[in-house]
Design a protein around this ligand. Structure first.
Ligand code: GDP
Ligand code: GDP
Length: 435
């Protein structure tokens, strides 16, 4: 899993986003059939020679107010040092070494993290001598390249992926691992505190593989539930963008480690693009998902309010409208344990397997009544279906013309599987094969 995070840091205009796009474009294709709602430009999972990592462009988190830019960049370097596994410190060959480069280098030098000093805009062999001054930063040999023209990118990717593990062995933890995610100030730490406080739970520090993320243990009727990375829920900073950057890194890592993610949103604010990015990330990783509308105590309600609210969320969620919505308040503790009950249900359903006979009896009947149509008018016959996998569930459909089956029909089948067999909050994968 791409728990390995590589962050690109550096001054504005050194070419961070150009390099980001170059690397994303250069990757081996990742097979993913889910059409995205909105692709995030600040981070992406990417792959190079079988090694998967998450690349983060910190330039996406640089504030517009010029008086705080330098401070923000220093904070980004600090956050990246704490949270990322590897850092690309990008400099600009044309500009040379600047005072801010020296300051960033000073922050980075103190750590023993994997730091790659990269000198960008070395567009040709003739420009190579421009790399030499960067030795003075004192963080090793500078790597020269050109993000714009794509010069020496392959060698560079070989180098930065050297320490990325090939494939981490799946955790053998049978417990429900819950990630509480969401934008800053939606009430994540209040929620976790309400859960833990109410239960007088033992809070245990479980050192993680990366930088000791601290999980908490919730004892729920004798069952152990892990709340992932509850220590890292909050970072104080005056700079909004730094908090966002920090929260993004934390979110990525928590989602990777969970089996069910609780996305908290603020009832007063509803759901926006940033929330949808998180939704997409959870769905991409095929984790279970529950939308928790927090601060429900602040909403004036009548008997229709919840339904109307839920419908508006579902409209925004579109492909991801399988996620159940629950209204809660961390402040008054309304439904906080309903959320846990629901998460347990989602967790159980992840392991659920429908027998082949049940699946075929139900679905083939439905397919017969509503057969797929193809644009060319060619008859498509679906003959057989099996659930090939649980956690996450994968279904294979066998047909004469699997390639002709259209997206809206796949949606239709997915809905029918859900109607008949549940899978609340769980992303389903449907494959179509020739038989
Ligand atoms: P960021 O602010 O660090 O994300 O920088 P950008 O990626 O937006 O790039 C800033 C400017 O530098 C843009 O005009 C890019 O086209 C240019 N640039 C980026 N990489 C290179 C490069 O390798 N060579 C040259 N000559 N220009 C580059
Ligand atoms: P985090 O950044 O997501 O961890 O958010 P916090 O838990 O720190 O909460 C941000 C603010 O929202 C704090 O002032 C909380 O007291 C407040 N808050 C959190 N949950 C609720 C809630 O359910 N209702 C109300 N009214 N306020 C809440």
């Amino acid at each position: 899993m791409a728990n390995y995070i590589v962050a690109i840091i550096g001054r504005p205009n050194v070419g961070k986003s150009t390099l980001f796009n170059r690397i994303i474009g250069q990757r081996d294709a990742i097979v993913d059939e889910t059409p995205g709602v909105t692709r995030d430009r600040h981070y992406a999972e990417t792959e190079w020679t079988g090694k998967t990592f998450t690349l983060v462009d910190t330039g996406g988190f640089i504030p517009k107010a010029t008086d705080i830019i330098e401070q923000a960049i220093r904070e980004h370097a600090q956050i990246a040092l704490e949270e990322a596994n590897s850092i690309i410190f990008l400099c600009d060959a044309k500009e040379g070494v600047t005072h801010l480069d020296l300051e960033i280098a000073q922050i980075l030098r103190k750590s023993n993290k994997n730091i790659h000093l990269v000198v960008n805009k070395v567009d040709s062999d003739g420009a190579e001598p421009q790399t030499a001054p960067f030795y003075q930063l004192g963080i090793g040999e500078p790597i020269s390249l050109s993000a714009l023209v794509g010069r020496k990118i392959g060698d560079f990717l070989d180098l930065i992926t050297e320490k990325v593990p090939k494939r981490e062995i799946a955790e053998k933890d049978e417990r429900l691992r819950l990630a509480v995610v969401g934008k800053p100030n939606v009430g994540k730490s209040s929620f976790v505190n309400a859960l833990l406080g109410y239960n007088r739970t033992i809070v245990t520090a479980i050192p993680g593989t990366t930088r000791d993320p601290i999980d908490s243990l919730l004892k729920y009727y004798g069952e152990e539930i892990l709340l992932i990375d509850t220590a890292g829920l909050r970072r104080r900073s005056k700079i909004k963008e730094s908090i966002e950057f920090y929260s993004t890194l934390r979110t990525i890592k928590s989602i990777e480690r969970c089996n069910v993610a609780l996305l908290l949103i603020d009832a007063k604010q509803g759901m926006d693009k940033q929330d949808l990015h998180i939704v997409e990330k959870i769905a991409d990783r095929k984790r279970g998902m529950i939308i928790c509308v927090n601060k429900w105590d602040l909403i004036e309600k009548d008997e229709h309010t919840a339904k109307v609210f839920e419908n508006s969320l579902k409209a925004l969620l579109r492909l991801y409208d399988y996620a159940p919505v629950i209204f809660m308040s961390a402040l008054t503790k309304q439904r906080i344990f309903k959320v846990i009950e629901l998460a347990k249900e989602v967790f159980q359903q992840q392991q659920h397997r429908v027998s082949t006979s049940k699946l075929n009896n139900t679905l083939l009947e439905i397919i017969k009544r509503n057969p797929p149509s193809s644009p060319s008018g060619k008859e498509i016959k679906i003959k057989h279906v099996i659930q090939v996998k649980t956690n996450p569930p994968v279904f294979s459909f066998f047909a004469n013309e699997p390639k002709l089956i259209q997206q809206n029909y796949i949606r239709f089948l997915e809905n029918k599987i859900r109607e008949n067999f549940g899978y609340v909050g769980i992303p389903l994968t449907l494959n179509f094969k020739r038989k």
